[in-house]
Design a binder for this molecule. Structure first.
Ligand code: ADP
Length: 401
């Protein structure tokens, strides 16, 4: 089945056309600067030069029209007719407490999605615009919503509640929701395949370490706990985000630096993490270069992250009563030998034995076993593929209609 996977942001619309029969990507691209001057599409197909066209795109409907025309183009496209696209799958960042699985978009679901704006005020309106944009261009295609938070809906209440007064949960839904659920779901399922055992009884810790990062404890194939919280600021330190800090630091800095709520939120999201600690930047490649050149703050930033990952692995092992496999994924998890090695150093007591030689690879589009053959706990690098999950969920739902 040909499924168009869409990731709509406020001023961008990323897409991938999947053939789910062989899990291949036929074409992909991005419409940038929607609604602002200089909007353009960058369309990519394997073996062809990138197609870039600058043209005004006033909204997501215009962007979708351009995507469809690129897909149908004789020179750069891969479709004869738009009818070949059988369904559209959307990445949705937040489903709040409402969505525990992927859903077919209908009036009722769209109404509930509107309510999720409270949990992701920047992302949800953009997703809604993307869904409406697709509907205006391809009115008859079924559209499926795949939520980043859905995988985490299996957490027990004692796990997802914060120790603040209960009325905040009742009035505003303040609780842990998690993030990157589609990625954690994909790599944990792949890890279970590699372990070659049924999901029931497995204990896996998945480390999604990218620009945004989160760690998830997956028990019996289901999310047991996860490091991101009410917002994607919680948990471990990230490229520009601070991760979990003493909550009293927030009013302290606000007072000292004369910041309001918006300003402190922006500070914690954009000026902290790797960038704030190192002063070098948020990109791990720049940090690794700086570390090689002897930059101590870059090394501090890296060592802080490794320490935090190690602490999560320890606490999740304790919470699940053990661990069978640890998975690294996303930009840094898939590429950084240093982060993987230093996060796992000292975990031998848990039964983790890294094979340092296996851990030195630079890039692999296939999973790599990083643990020694006699390691009790398996360690894997598994490239994430959220788009494939979205395409496959979409296919499954549409086939069941
Ligand atoms: P996002 O959270 O935006 O999806 P990614 O998962 O793409 O982020 O991760 C971005 C991070 O991964 C950056 O810090 C970047 O340096 C690192 N990264 C991405 N690709 C590579 C690569 N090929 N080699 C080394 N690091 C990489």
């Amino acid at each position: 089945m040909k499924v168009l996977v869409v990731n709509a942001g406020s001023s961008s619309l990323k897409y991938q056309l999947f053939d789910t029969d062989n899990k291949s990507v036929l074409a992909k691209g991005n419409c940038e600067r929607i609604g602002i001057e200089g909007s353009r599409i960058i369309h990519k197909m394997d073996g062809r030069e990138d197609y870039v066209k600058e043209t005004p795109l006033s909204d997501h409907s215009e962007a979708m029209k351009l995507v469809v025309s690129a897909l149908l183009d004789k020179n750069v496209g891969c479709l004869e007719s738009v009818d070949e696209i059988e369904a559209i799958g959307h990445r949705v960042v937040h489903g709040g407490p409402h969505f525990a699985k992927s859903m077919l978009a209908n009036d009722e679901v769209m109404e509930i999605l509107e309510k999720c704006t409270a949990y992701a005020p920047l992302h949800t309106p953009a997703h809604i615009m993307g869904i409406k944009g697709c509907k205006s261009v391809m009115p008859d295609k079924p559209q499926v919503l795949v939520f980043d938070t859905a995988f985490h809906q299996t957490m027990e209440k004692e796990v997802y509640m914060y120790g603040i007064s209960y009325d905040m949960y009742e009035k505003y839904g303040v609780r842990r929701y998690g993030a990157h659920g589609t990625s954690h779901r994909y790599v944990s399922a792949e890890a279970i395949k590699l372990l070659g055992v049924p999901a029931e009884g497995t204990k896996i810790i998945t480390c999604h370490i990218g620009n945004g990062s989160s760690i998830t404890a997956v028990k019996d194939g289901k999310c047991f706990d996860t490091s991101m919280g009410f917002t994607p600021l919680d948990g471990i330190m990230m490229g520009t985000r601070c991760g979990a800090i003493d909550p009293a630091i927030v009013p302290f800095i606000m007072e000292k630096e004369n910041m309001n709520a918006k300003e402190i939120d922006s500070y914690m999201n954009k000026k902290c993490g790797f960038a704030g600690i190192s002063g070098v930047g948020s990109d791990s490649r720049d940090l690794e270069k700086a570390i090689d050149e002897g930059n101590e703050r870059a090394k501090l930033a890296y060592d802080m992250l490794c320490y935090q990952i190690k602490k999560f692995i320890g606490s999740y092992s304790a919470a699940m009563g053990g661990v069978d496999a640890i998975v690294f994924t996303a930009g840094i998890g898939e590429h950084s030998t240093y982060i993987r090695e230093h996060s796992l150093a000292g975990l031998e007591y848990l039964g983790v034995k890294l094979d340092k030689e296996r851990n030195t690879f630079k890039h692999s589009s296939e999973p790599v076993v990083l643990s020694a053959d006699d390691s009790k706990v398996k360690v894997y690098m598994i490239p994430t593929n959220e788009e494939l999950v979205i395409a496959e969920d979409t296919e499954k739902i549409v086939k069941s209609l």
